[in-house]
Write a protein that binds this ligand. Sequence first.
Ligand SMILES: [Zn+2]
Length: 360
Amino acid sequence: MPFDSFLGNPQAVEALREMLASGRMPPALLFAGPEGVGKKTLALMLAKALNCERRRDDFCGECGRCRQCDAMIAAAREDLARRREAKDAARRLDGLVYFDVQLIEPLTRYILIEQIRQLRHIAYTRPFQLPRRVFVVDDAQAIHWQAADLLLKVLEEPPDTTTLILVCPNAYELRATLRSRCRRVAFHVVEEATLRTVLAADGKVPEARRALVARLAAGSIGAARSFDPEAFERRRRPWVQFLDSLAGSPAGGRRALDWKSISEAAKALGEDRSTFEQTLRIGYLLLSDLLRVVENQPESALTNIDLLPQLKTWAVRLGLEGVEKLKNGLDQAYRLQTRNVNQQLGFETMAIDLEPLVSR
Ligand SMILES: [Zn+2]
């Protein structure tokens, strides 16, 4: 599983390979970029590349040292999970032991000073088993300010036996003094074509749904992989019913609205208070798509691309005026969501407002 198996962000992989090939690996790196694009995965791959017996600017995944790295990463993950579950907060930090390849992550809201103290304590010693020690500090923006002071001391006198990789979504959430001492490797959102490849390789999302999931994942491999298309469609269904009963028949000729169906859909939309925010988010996604269709934007810009024929029908019926009214209705529902109001009634009122427009 060498670097070739890493999907997306080829510029980041290339930068690392160049550093490896030149033999001048900076003592501290900062991997910054959006969530879910594989920053931590690539950091752990780099740990293997720095230790692999067979490859210089890559890793083989099979040699003794690559396997040792894998075992250490697995043990570190297990250790972190066990510590997070500890009920007594003080016990979370009991007997911290760092492997030559070690993940350091927040155990509470923060990465605590004891965690960085241990890092500093070991960083200047020879690795126990591998040629190169690699510490990956994930969610580095969560380093407690006291711990940040201590980490700064390490970065000011970089150890020659240890490579530090700080990982965070936004480099500017890190203190400038820390940031400036790391070589930055920038990550970007992953292209949809790559996300579709990931979904195809995983084999969980049927082909017909991959384009939709890739679009909704908005550039995050993590979001694409954990996406549940069935749950999404369950939530979207009442919206489709609502819009269909309002604006589902082709334009031309007066017609009466199917109020029973509208009322059913409105009930389903307003029913579950605990997931109402997600319901609204899906409504807003449909609304943006409707606006794009009304404005004749390219189909590639749509999120709900699987609903293209319906979107076109609804757009013709509603027009810009109808889309704006829908938006006002959603904004109203959004404002009222924390209050104890009957959202079903809100959606029905929205339909009443729209009736003169859509039954023309
Ligand atoms: Zn190897």
